[in-house]
Design a protein around this ligand. Structure first.
Ligand code: NDP
Length: 245
């Protein structure tokens, strides 16, 4: 199946920001969606908005750090729609801070969400894709996977891990499976600065308000990778505002 119409697409971190914008964009293009995040009310708002516009979406409360939750997300796709064509691993947290602040819980959360969370998604979706003989992983990294800027060391390390895992997975995927890395620059979402140390948060929010692109720009990049003909794999899309250095 090529294009977007009719594809069954699961998205993690769909309750706000890039995930919610991607869900809205793909629903408009006729995808059938299974959306996951932890905040039930925000997820329900996204699902209701899509269905009110005539789209098809179901929500599943998940925490990507839990293996069983990702299994439930992919099972929901198969039970409701009979298959899973794409898993967009987008859930993330930008709780950045200088190392000297020793915010070790935040370090753990970034590793758990970006690295373990991605692996949980691979573990849940890969057997489904192998059975079908087709499927696509779309993994959201960051321009921080290319350039480290203080105080984003831990965040950049986990996003670099997303990049490396994606390439390793791509090399083992074989015909029929696709792996795409999406590396956005500053994007105008509520996640920028959330959970970060006060100084880092203020700097990020100032930058966001000056140079960020809208989340719909990342949604379009994700759609571009999904709509390619079967057998064509967009390896990576780096997408950033022209105002970002
Ligand atoms: P948001 O905070 O708006 O979105 C983050 C999403 O991830 C939310 O839906 C949140 O939902 C979900 N999430 C976080 N932790 C978990 C978890 N453990 N389990 C399930 N869902 C989780 O920020 P963005 O849209 O900006 O971020 C989306 C992705 O884009 C992230 O991976 C981020 O690193 C990346 N990115 C963002 C950039 C930016 O400038 N905004 C730039 C480059 C990359 P909930 O809290 O309901 O679980």
């Amino acid at each position: 199946m090529s294009g977007i119409e009719g594809k069954v697409i699961a998205i993690t971190g769909a309750s706000s920001g890039i995930g919610a914008a991607t869900a809205a964009h793909l629903a408009e293009r006729g995808a059938r969606l299974v959306l996951g995040a932890r905040r039930e009310d925000r997820l329900a708002d996204v699902v209701d908005g899509i269905t009110a516009r005539g789209g098809t979406a179901v929500g599943t409360v998940i925490d990507v750090t839990r293996r069983a939750d990702l299994a439930r997300l992919t099972e929901t796709a198969v039970e409701r729609f009979g298959r899973l064509d794409v898993l967009v691993s987008n859930a993330g947290t930008m709780a950045v801070s200088p190392f000297d602040e020793l915010r070790q819980d935040d370090w753990d959360a970034m590793v758990a969400t970006h690295v373990t969370g991605l692996l949980n998604g691979i573990g849940a979706a890969l057997p489904v894709f192998r059975r079908q003989g087709s499927g696509q992983f779309v993994n959201v990294a960051s321009t921080a996977a290319h350039v480290v800027k203080s105080p984003q060391g831990v965040y950049a390390a986990t996003k670099t891990a997303v990049k490396v895992l994606s390439e390793g997975l791509r090399q083992e995927s074989g015909p029929g499976l696709r792996v795409t890395l999406i590396s956005p620059g500053f994007t105008h979402t509520e996640g920028v600065g959330k959970g970060a140390s006060p100084e880092a948060a203020a700097a990020m929010i100032e930058q966001r308000d000056e140079i960020a692109m809208p989340p719909s720009a990342v949604a379009s990049a994700i759609a571009f990778a999904i709509e390619q003909p079967e057998g064509v794999d967009i390896g990576e899309v780096v997408v950033r505002s022209t105002a970002q250095a």
